[in-house]
Design a protein around this ligand. Structure first.
Ligand SMILES: O=C(O)CCC(=O)C(=O)O
Length: 284
């Protein structure tokens, strides 16, 4: 038998992922690949006109919703909630104020596209049995020192839904993530309990169809990982991260993929594209 392509998952890894809803793959990305993405993001931030997302006029909610919805197909910048002082001005340079950049880095930026469409990512999805996997959104998360906001417990399928469900998240550490600087926490096996709630987009913006559930912190396990580690997350796994109160940032790249063959994209998802997403190459 020919050897499995690089990045293929072993039967043990597939079993762990099926049982627990997550899988940690150390050294998934090399140091040069990680540095290239960090450098590229540094360039994107440097040329970003920091004022453009804060100067809103007219209906503030409408303008913010439009900015969010349009980010599905461009490279948009979102600030940390705690980035601003009472005077409405940034308390620190934009480089230390941005919460995330998204949601089409994988499509529009050559450096992020190279990683997103790499053979090793394709191999993961071949292993998982996807027929026509496509990255549907990408986010660069900064988790800035001192002000990096928390991610409250949630399931990614709340925000991205297909019928049947097919969402898998890939969370790549671009810096070491520790309990101190706000690493991921997951509830192992929680994906087996199904989807708790959905975020619905309609003519008024977005809303949740149910209130959020509460979870006992004792159920979560921390995923402290080195730079270059990839964490695979089932769309239904409950996960969270705490605010980063430490002096150390915690950069990460998140890709979300769905199967575009045999799975129907929900028209109620916040993310709606004018063009079909490009499927991964190499998938056998
Ligand atoms: O990077 C993090 O801290 C969590 C982000 C996350 O869970 C998400 O965007 O779905």
């Amino acid at each position: 038998m020919p050897p499995p392509p690089p990045g293929s998952l072993t039967p043990d890894q597939l079993c762990f992922f099926d049982t627990n809803g997550y899988l940690v793959l150390e050294q998934f990305a090399g140091a040069e690949e990680v540095q290239a993405m960090r450098d590229r993001m540094g360039q994107l931030v440097a040329v970003f006109d920091g004022a453009s997302t804060t100067v809103f006029s007219g209906d503030q909610k409408q303008v913010m919703d439009d900015y969010f919805f349009k980010s599905a197909e461009n490279i948009s910048f979102f600030y940390e909630e705690k980035a601003f002082g009472d005077d409405g001005c940034l308390k620190q340079p934009k480089e230390l104020s941005i919460h995330k950049v998204g949601h089409a880095l994988h499509q529009l930026d050559p450096v992020f596209k190279k990683f997103s469409f790499s053979e090793s990512i394709s191999s993961l999805f071949s292993s998982l049995g996807y027929r026509r996997p496509a990255v549907i959104q990408s986010m660069y998360i900064f988790k800035q020192p001192h002000i990096g906001g928390e991610a409250v417990p949630h399931q990614d399928s709340t925000f991205i839904n297909t019928e049947p469900p097919s969402l898998t998240g890939l969370w790549l550490a671009l810096e070491e993530a520790t309990i101190n600087n706000g690493c991921l926490w997951v509830i192992p096996g929680s994906h087996k309990n199904g989807l708790v709630r959905r975020m619905i987009r309609d003519e008024n913006g977005t809303h949740f169809d149910r209130p959020s559930a509460s979870y006992d912190h004792k159920e979560f396990v921390p995923l402290e990982v080195k730079s270059g580690t990839l964490v695979m997350l089932h769309g239904d796994i409950i996960h969270k991260s705490f605010a980063n109160l430490s002096p150390t940032s915690r950069h990460a790249l998140i890709l979300h993929l769905v199967d575009t063959e045999g799975c129907k994209w929900s028209e109620e998802n916040w993310l709606q594209r004018k063009t079909a997403p490009e499927p991964l190459y190499y998938v056998s």
